[in-house]
Design a protein around this ligand. Structure first.
Ligand code: VAH
Length: 328
């Protein structure tokens, strides 16, 4: 539980989740209590509304200096290289995702940090895992380096809970859809790009097959899951670093059809690339009953409500000439 006095460090603050989690935490705990950090310089919104530190989490000494400087008691460790980029540079993905997290755990153990959130992912699952309503406790057989680092990270986090009594918590996130920071290098990024390109160009070329169905979640629900889990009573938790969470599942063609309800002229075509193989190794749907039972998880957004909200916000931003999007 985060008390009013606790100072919070967010790593990877310039990323898709971090860029919205930092403002949410600053609203709850006060701007001065939430230190944003990233290896890159973030948008002004993060640096002008509270403290920012440029930080490479693979640099153990630099990490320790930031924790000591601000007397950090809670860390939201979001710095990571995602699935698609991880396959382009597996060694760097291992270094950032595992050595970075190990540095956070060790620095926390040594410097008295009391609570850590580190996201896991449905990427921990693989071809041997049941794909429909994937259970909380099941076979983890990742096919990507990203998935390998998240399986290792879950086990590392739970080890620090048992061995050192560190309060480490995490969710296996599905694809996250948002309208602020664009995701970087994920396999589910199509579900974000499609909205931007529908609004700007009224067409989109999808890098996955139309029938590819994946578990997904809208960013407001992602933030809700993180904040709710971190505030939950530790004594109620039977799991720690690896909670299955989801809000919906949809295929690329189902998402396109939902967008067409609002933009009837929208056109989509499909040109699967290397990310199709990754998506084919992941579940279609998730059983998140453990999160619902142990800390009251309950999503608010389904496909229809998310699509309406995303298009409303992106259309208005586009009308104002403020829809910044670089087509990759
Ligand atoms: C990715 N967005 O695509 C991330 C996430 C489940 C997907 O882990 O790599």
């Amino acid at each position: 539980m985060t008390s009013e006095a606790d100072t919070i460090l967010v790593t990877g603050a310039a990323g898709q989740i971090g860029s919205e989690l930092v403002p949410a935490l600053r609203n709850i705990f006060g701007p001065g209590k939430v230190i944003a950090s990233d290896i890159i310089q973030p948008e002004k919104q993060l640096t002008e509304t509270g403290p920012f530190e440029k930080l490479d989490v693979t640099n153990r000494q630099a990490l320790g200096q930031v924790i000591s400087k601000y007397h950090i008691k809670v860390i939201y460790h979001l710095a990571a290289i995602l699935s698609a980029n991880g396959e382009k540079n597996p060694q760097k993905a291992w270094d950032v995702n595992i050595n970075g997290f190990y540095n956070v755990l060790e620095a926390s153990r040594e410097l008295g940090v009391k609570q850590i959130f580190c996201p896991s992912s449905i990427a921990v699952f693989g071809p041997l895992t049941p794909r429909i309503k994937t259970p909380q406790d099941t076979i983890l057989s990742p096919t990507t380096m990203y998935g390998v680092t998240k399986v290792a990270g879950e086990n590392l986090g739970d080890y620090y809970v048992r061995k050192y009594g560190l309060d480490v918590r995490g969710c296996r996130f599905p694809g996250i859809i948002s309208h602020e920071a664009l995701p970087g290098g994920g396999t589910t990024d199509y579900a974000v790009a499609i909205f931007y390109e529908a609004v700007i160009y009224n067409k989109y070329t999808c890098f996955l097959k139309p029938e590819t169905r994946l578990p997904m979640m809208y960013m407001p629900d992602c933030l809700k899951s993180i904040i709710t889990l971190m505030e939950a009573d530790f004594a109620r938790l039977q799991h720690h670093s690896n909670f299955n969470v989801t809000a919906m599942s949809f295929s690329a063609e189902e998402l396109a059809a939902e967008i067409k309800k609002h933009l009837p002229e929208f056109e989509i075509k499909y040109e699967p690339d290397f990310r199709q193989t990754i998506a084919d190794s992941w579940p279609e749907s998730i059983d998140d009953s453990a999160a619902r039972k142990e800390w009251g998880w309950q999503p608010d957004y389904d496909l229809g409500r998310m699509t309406e909200d995303m298009l409303r916000i992106l259309k208005e931003r586009h009308r104002l000439g403020k829809l910044n999007y670089d087509k990759k």
